[in-house]
Design a protein around this ligand. Structure first.
Ligand code: FMN
Length: 144
């Protein structure tokens, strides 16, 4: 069964990266780092899931999606094949909690598959891995 790859961005604080590494370690989920220029400039060959933090900093007009994510989404192929979004955030940001993942999900019409705070808990990793396995199954099912 094809396992849907997770493309993630993480800033220097590395919180999202820790979660992505947790997914890869948990059950071998393929994860790709958008901090790598070659990954950012690449095009997918099938369905994929985005994992992104939010960076709003309290300004309603501010773009929330990290630049590396926006770069990857410039490709129409990549936009078309994105099947869902996972968000890393911090509830201290109140109404902006998960702003990037939620705004992108709304604009793209794709679901938010999972949300967690900071680098997530071990339980978050297990739960997210389960959701991604469900996505694998749906994409493999006839007509999926
Ligand atoms: C300047 C700044 C702005 C942030 N804005 C938001 C926000 O709008 N919504 C949110 O849920 N989290 C926000 N966060 C929290 C980060 O998204 C969260 O800590 C995330 O885990 C960071 O991931 P990273 O270390 O991989 O970059 C912000 C953090 C910083 C430092």
């Amino acid at each position: 069964m094809r396992r849907v790859p997770v493309y993630y961005y993480s800033s220097v604080s590395n919180l999202t990266r820790r979660f992505a590494v947790g997914l890869a370690t948990h059950d071998g989920r393929p994860v790709r780092d958008l901090a790598d220029a070659a990954v950012r400039a690449s095009e997918v060959d099938g369905p994929w899931v985005l994992l992104t933090p939010s960076y709003k900093a309290g300004n309603a007009e501010e773009v929330t999606l990290p630049a590396a994510v926006r770069r990857f989404l410039r490709s129409a192929t990549n936009r078309r094949h994105m099947v869902g979004v996972i968000g890393s955030g911090n509830r201290n940001f109140g109404v902006y909690y998960q702003a990037a993942a939620r705004e992108l999900a709304q604009i793209s019409g794709r679901p938010v598959l999972f949300e967690f705070e900071l680098s997530g808990t071990p339980e978050d990793v297990v739960e997210c891995a389960r959701v991604l396995a469900d996505v694998d199954g749906l994409l493999t099912a006839p007509g999926g």
